[in-house]
Design a protein around this ligand. Structure first.
Ligand SMILES: Cc1cc2nc3c(=O)[nH]c(=O)nc-3n(C[C@H](O)[C@H](O)[C@H](O)COP(=O)(O)O)c2cc1C
Length: 375
């Protein structure tokens, strides 16, 4: 049986499946229930100065019969007092010593504020700290969240402040709402981060009510951009994880987040370099029980393929992610030219697209011409 035990930057958990910071990790009761059902770790809903949340705060994009292909929220950090959260984190850790309990933090960008928060958190016995530098709405307007995570100097500075007092591993959670995520990842490394997690949510407006012209989710007739997540963001998250994991100056562990709902999703993130996986939307949609399928599916697949531990598959796809210009299109051109679907001189770009597309769609494999031709 495949060994799913995980040691992530010194944080141990029985398996790599962690709940991501969000609504499912807001209380003792939720996290305890999740651990009972098999989750290996949990990143607590971000703690900070209590705020007031708005209603409604969730929106979704459906695709055909599929509900919640993409999910959007304008929720802020926890609206429960810091002391209450810390007390419950300590209680969870006491009752579930073998599970990973991570405190997600966000406070004002002041050195003393961070020192105080980190010391209080360490008193709970938490295994690690995750710095939320990614929240794209509400907190960023107050100089926190993605307002920090979009500027390499701020990122580096706050990680340095945290590391001045932290004795447990510090994970920096990155925002995807930047031009090049590797700049921020390197800044976190420079500041002394022990690990990275990505991605937080993507700036989005999920829709407009065409009767009232209210953006969704509507709060008394108005709304703001919110954070997009769920299955729709997985391809973006995979790309960003590969960009960070493939950056030679970022040699610290990565926790993969974004649209994970099945064991296949998880395996893909691991193959691109992730050490643990975090899940939020799929748990909100289907419940904590999905962890059983995640564990069974991943370990069965590993057994079938002869992979004994997660280290056997971690990063295996990375050497195959290359610049387009380094990818050979020769075999593609040759193969399809022989099949009479490509004009030899121009390769894929001058393919007789309509005909090829149609003929490929008839194939049972489900792999399209465009996919087969991709580098
Ligand atoms: C309703 C909601 C609230 C969230 N709150 C937080 C939060 O407090 N702190 C944080 O770091 N991320 C928060 N997130 C982001 C998730 O942790 C995660 O990064 C993101 O949703 C992508 O993962 P997913 O596709 O599995 O949901 C929240 C996400 C959702 C949907």
């Amino acid at each position: 049986m495949a060994d799913l035990r995980t040691n992530f930057a010194g944080i141990k958990s029985p398996n790599p499946f962690w709940l991501a910071s969000g609504p499912p990790t807001n209380t003792y009761g939720q996290v305890a229930k999740a651990f009972d059902q098999g989750w290996g770790g949990a990143v607590w809903k971000t703690i900070g100065e209590p705020i007031i949340n708005v209603f409604s705060r969730y929106g979704s994009v459906d695709l055909g019969q599929n509900r919640m292909m993409g999910f959007n929220n304008i929720e802020l950090i926890t609206d429960r007092p810091i002391a209450e959260n810390l007390k419950e984190i300590a209680e969870v850790k006491r009752n579930y010593p073998k599970h990973a309990v991570i405190a997600s933090l966000m406070v004002e960008s002041k050195r003393e504020a961070w020192h105080t928060m980190v010391k209080q958190t360490e008193d709970t016995g938490a295994d690690g700290i995750e710095l939320n530098f990614g929240c794209p709405h509400g907190m960023s307007e107050r100089g926190m969240g993605s307002a920090v995570g979009q500027v390499p100097d701020y990122t580096c500075q706050i990680v340095e402040w945290v590391k001045e007092v932290a004795t447990i591993p510090v994970i920096v959670k990155l925002t995807p709402n930047v031009t090049d995520i590797t700049y921020i990842a390197r800044a976190a490394v420079k500041g002394g981060a022990d690990a990275l997690s990505l991605i937080n949510t993507i700036n989005s407006i999920v829709g407009i009510d065409l009767t009232t012209f209210e953006p969704q989710p509507s709060v008394a007739g108005k709304s703001s951009h919110g954070g997009y997540c769920g299955p729709a963001v997985k391809p973006i998250a995979l790309h960003l994880v590969s960009a960070v994991a493939g950056d030679p100056s970022v040699k610290i562990p990565i926790s993969g987040i974004g649209g994970i709902a099945t064991w296949r999703d998880a395996a893909e993130f691991i193959a691109l370099g992730a050490g643990t996986l975090q899940v939020c939307t799929a748990v909100m949609h289907y419940g904590f029980r999905i962890v059983e399928d995640l564990i069974d599916g991943l370990s069965n697949w590993m057994d079938e393929r002869g992979h004994r531990s997660l280290a056997d598959i971690r990063g295996r796809a990375l050497p195959r992610v290359t610049k387009w210009t380094n990818a050979s299109s020769v075999s593609c051109v040759g193969r399809h030219a022989r099949m009479g679907r490509i004009k030899r001189s121009g390769g894929c770009r001058v393919t007789t697209a309509g005909r090829s597309w149609r003929s490929s769609r008839k194939r049972a494999s489900g792999v399209t011409f465009a996919q087969r031709c991709a580098p």
